[in-house]
Design a protein around this ligand. Structure first.
Ligand SMILES: Cc1ncc(COP(=O)(O)O)c(C=O)c1O
Length: 469
């Protein structure tokens, strides 16, 4: 007897693709196979249990897509049971008020909090965002028109690229960049154009030492340029752009009628002496800026995967079209809980117990602790001004990397440190395009939104190694 497979499950990718495994793995598939005597494909047969690949390959929009850095290094970290200073998530409990908000929602007598809500954003959530950001941006924001709530900031970025970028459009990406921008631009069939922030000298000590060359940037703008992506505070560098730097970018956007995709997910993690400037608040930039935010980052609950985009109605209408045809809506209970939290933060804005500022204070202590530790063991940290990442220069390390796989040197170093010292980090060259990898190869990225004890344990391992060499 032959087998017929539901059509949605027949989407496999070819051997030449980076995604060599089928989207759905064998055990899940066999459960869904329907017996049929008139099968014409025979891709899977639950009797013989033999797997045959379909002849279908990836759509053209997946051309050039590679496996992301997270696939390898998250796996390596968990396989080696290393102390994870790699991936950007807190290892401490969610804040009490966030847990309470979730409990209140879970025990609410309102049955609708467990059902689909408004597609573009749960009403209480968009109202809370509009109230808070109205204050932060100094303008009235229409909660129904000028906002889209998504599955993480990630989906806001995806909706932005998919709805506004098309074949022939160029998108300027500033390096180092959060690694999903490039593949998303490519999936939208646009062309990424890269420009690296360059250190002022050979031994940069602060994220501020990395600067954009205004002339080089101006040279990238042309009639095909559709958008520029700005990420402040920047992941992985921790650079918080100064007003004059953002104004320089804004002037070019206005001169060339270019959009600005402003990824501000670390907007509240700003350290002493620095200020977060929202691109959309610069003169005449609201009209051309999409601001991307993340509840996961704001409230130290990355597992919530709830984010939003804010911008003018004409642009938001485009994002909403992708949103409604992608996830349609985001989880109602999480939106209700985050709405509670945003309302609370708005009510205590500027006070010491406001989580938006108290978290940054806690993180600053962790930042300084990690920087001290890295200096102690001879790695030069680049002091971040914001975010919860820190780059450290590892170019001088004399290690035997012969068993550390292929690829750029920082990839090998991260593998070596993870396997031999039990501390997981992320290679910095992953945040550069292929041609510019050398800019990032000197550095590895540490994440410090971790328990003090986690940082201490990592310190112990690194110090022991340092003492032994
Ligand atoms: C710069 C930047 N943008 C966007 C995201 C995605 O945020 P979310 O987890 O809300 O999807 C991240 C996550 O690490 C990030 O670092």
């Amino acid at each position: 007897m032959l087998c017929r497979i539901r059509p949605a499950l027949t989407r496999f990718v070819s051997e030449s693709s980076p995604f060599r495994r089928p989207y759905v793995q064998q055990p899940a598939l066999t459960a869904l196979i329907l017996p049929c005597s008139s099968c014409f494909q025979q891709r899977y047969c639950h009797h013989s249990n033999k797997r045959k690949m379909s002849s279908h390959g990836p759509a053209k929009r997946l051309d050039g897509q590679k496996t992301s850095v997270w696939t390898e290094f998250v796996k390596l970290s968990s396989e080696t049971k290393a102390i994870n200073l790699g991936q950007g998530f807190p290892d401490f409990a969610a804040p009490d008020h966030v847990k309470k908000a979730l409990i209140d929602v879970a025990t609410s007598s309102n049955p609708l909090l467990f059902q689909y809500t408004r597609g573009f954003g749960h009403p209480r959530m968009v109202n809370a965002i509009a109230a808070l950001y109205g204050k932060l941006m100094g303008r009235e924001i229409d909660p129904m028109e000028e906002m889209l709530v998504t599955v993480g900031a990630y989906q806001s970025l995806f909706s932005t690229f998919m709805s506004l970028i098309g074949p022939g459009d160029e998108v300027i990406i500033i390096e180092p960049f959060f690694d999903c921008y490039e593949p998303m631009v490519m999936m939208a069939e646009g062309t990424p154009r890269f420009i690296a922030l360059k250190p002022k000298n050979d031994n940069p000590e602060s994220a501020d030492d990395f600067q954009l060359d205004p002339e080089e940037l101006a040279g990238l703008f042309n009639e095909k340029t559709k958008a520029i992506v700005v990420n402040t505070p920047n992941n992985p560098l921790g650079k918080v752009y100064k007003r004059r730097e953002l104004e320089m970018i804004a002037d070019l956007c206005k001169k060339h009628d270019v959009l600005c995709i402003s990824d501000e997910v670390y907007e509240f993690m700003i350290y002493s002496g620095h200020e977060h400037i929202r691109m959309a608040t610069l003169p005449d930039m609201w009209e051309r800026t999409l601001t991307i935010c993340s509840a996961g980052k704001i409230f130290s609950v990355t597992g919530f995967k709830l984010g939003w985009a804010i911008g003018p109605t004409n642009l938001m209408d485009c994002l909403k079209t992708v949103g409604q045809n992608c996830s349609y809506t985001s989880p109602t209970p999480l939106q209700e809980a985050v709405a509670h939290c945003l309302e609370l933060e708005l009510s205590r804005l500027g006070q010491p117990d406001c989580y938006l500022t108290s978290l940054a204070k806690e993180l600053e202590v962790k930042r300084d602790k990690l920087a001290g530790l890295l200096r102690d063991i001879g790695l030069s940290p680049i002091m971040p001004q914001g975010s919860y990442f820190m780059l450290a220069n590892v170019s001088h390390l004399d290690l035997d990397l012969s068993d550390s796989g292929d690829g750029p040197r920082d990839y090998k170093i991260v593998r070596w440190i993870t396997r031999n010292l039990g501390v997981a980090t992320i290679p910095c060259s992953a945040f550069y395009c292929e041609e510019h990898r050398a800019f990032g190869e000197k550095y590895i990225r540490f994440c410090f939104i971790k328990e003090d004890s986690t940082i201490e344990k990592a310190a112990e391992k690194l110090r022991k190694w340092k003492d032994a060499v």
